[in-house]
Design a protein around this ligand. Structure first.
Ligand SMILES: Cc1ncc(COP(=O)(O)O)c(C=O)c1O
Length: 431
């Protein structure tokens, strides 16, 4: 099928809204060939360097050869497996993952996607504590499935009339607000270690330690969502390691797939396992922990947990920082700050028009850059963890040009916004 027919079919059968949006902004990209950091439009006329990595799905680049080889060889003897029986592949992966976690985070339950893994953590927290409230961070994001949706922002739920009774939000980095919100009915606090959809807000020194202490005092469980921040993104395998805390549960996903086979996991401290010991069939996921996916994820952890790999993330992060600081100095009225831990980076821009303007300007410079949906004044900058120094130089050169163009585009966007209000739909903010 030619590109135009595919777009037409997408518009009719998948999403007319998305088709219209990308057409409007001259970004009618249909993914064709993909390799390493690059994705190519199917007509071969454009390619984009992936500076978003789908939130970490492509930490190891697109179509990473080691991952492909692993899946190919797994296909020689495995399939999805049986979700009722015991499984060598699931136990091997669970043992490997839990060996990277502190203390008694010893049990690993598999899911297909991140939202499902978050749902499990939340229901387990309520079941274990006998409490009903959950606290999350305003602007945080944990997925669009059932319970995960209820701990996110209202803008993703209200259109569906989904009830979020007993779900409270407090500002990230505000331990005092959390202390006020906690009471004897709070089962869990769930936080992204670094909230990505809120624009890579870095936890302030001591914040996560305070959250841990507050939860302990209140008998509340602490769930860390490492779906974007985990798997080496910050130069440590798990971002919560920077704070030296032990969560009660950790949720991982995205990059665990190697960009090839969907798989996610909820890692829980041993005592939380009781509920499953009483009834091991009380929670089921038919495809969760597919044996093919387990082999893939095993390889991902092997690659990402290697100290040479993690040191390289730190080193690449440093080089990126130096490049960004040069650009920061050139456009200080538009590019206003850098949020960073390793290769988990947010680019602070002038206002809520900055993110959309930079996304479009970067696209025109062949960079895929996505703004933070819950704070569109920040651009998410999630380079592949496998990025080379030459690629960093290339990206910096293109980003420099994109920043320059985005300043002017921002003005045009404000004018457009006044006529059709599209930005409000994305940012939830008023112009
Ligand atoms: C931090 C975080 N948690 C949870 C999710 C949900 O994961 P999934 O889309 O695999 O359900 C996402 C997805 O973007 C995420 O970024």
């Amino acid at each position: 099928m030619d590109k135009q027919s595919i777009i037409k079919s997408f518009e009719t059968h998948v999403s007319a809204g998305k088709a219209a949006f990308f057409k409007k902004y001259g970004m009618d990209f249909v993914m064709g060939q993909r390799d390493g950091a690059w994705i190519h439009d199917m007509d071969g006329n454009k390619r984009l360097f992936n500076c978003h990595s789908n939130g970490g799905v492509f930490n190891l680049g697109h179509r990473n050869q080691e991952i492909i080889d692993t899946l190919r060889s797994a296909l020689d003897d495995l399939d999805i497996g049986n979700h009722h029986f015991m499984s060598q592949e699931r136990s091997a992966l669970a043992q490997q993952i839990t060996s990277t976690m502190p203390d008694d985070l010893n049990v690993c339950i598999f899911s297909v996607g991140g939202g499902e893994a978050v749902d499990l953590a939340l229901k387990l927290a309520c079941g274990h504590t006998g409490r009903s409230k959950i606290i999350s961070a305003t602007g945080g994001f944990h997925g669009h499935t059932g319970l995960a949706l209820t701990v996110g922002d209202a803008q993703y739920r209200d259109a569906f009339g989904i009830d979020a009774t007993n779900k409270l939000q407090v500002p990230f980095n505000d331990a005092e607000a959390l202390a006020h919100a906690l009471d004897s009915d709070v089962a869990a606090v769930i936080l992204e270690t670094i909230p990505a959809t809120l624009g890579m807000v870095m936890p302030e020194d001591g914040y996560l330690e305070k959250v841990r202490a507050l939860c302990d005092t209140n008998g509340t469980l602490l769930i860390m969502d490492e779906i974007q921040s985990g798997l080496g993104r910050t130069g440590k395998l798990w971002a919560f390691e920077h704070a030296g805390i032990t969560p009660d549960m950790v949720v991982i996903g995205k990059g665990l797939s190697g960009g090839i086979y969907p798989i996610a996991a909820t890692i829980i401290r041993e005592p939380l396992d009781t509920i499953f010991q009483n009834d091991p069939f009380i929670h089921i996921s038919t495809y969760g922990g597919s044996e093919l996916g387990c082999r893939v994820a095993h390889k991902v952890i092997q690659i990402s947990g290697d100290t040479i790999f993690l040191d390289r993330v730190q080193e690449a992060g440093q080089k990126v920082r130096e490049g960004l600081e040069v650009i920061l100095e050139k456009y200080p009225r538009f590019f206003t700050g850098i949020r960073q831990n390793g290769l988990m980076i947010g680019l602070e821009l002038r206002d809520e028009y900055g993110g959309p303007a930079l996304t479009k300007a970067a696209y025109d410079q062949d960079l895929l850059l996505v703004y933070a949906n819950n704070d569109t004044s920040v651009s998410q900058f999630l380079l592949p963890l496998t990025i080379t120094n030459e690629e960093i130089d290339l990206v910096m050169d293109k980003l420099d040009k994109a920043m320059n163009a985005a300043r002017k585009l921002r003005t045009a966007l404000i004018a457009k916004e006044k006529s059709n209000g599209i930005l409000k739909r994305f940012s939830g903010k008023k112009a």
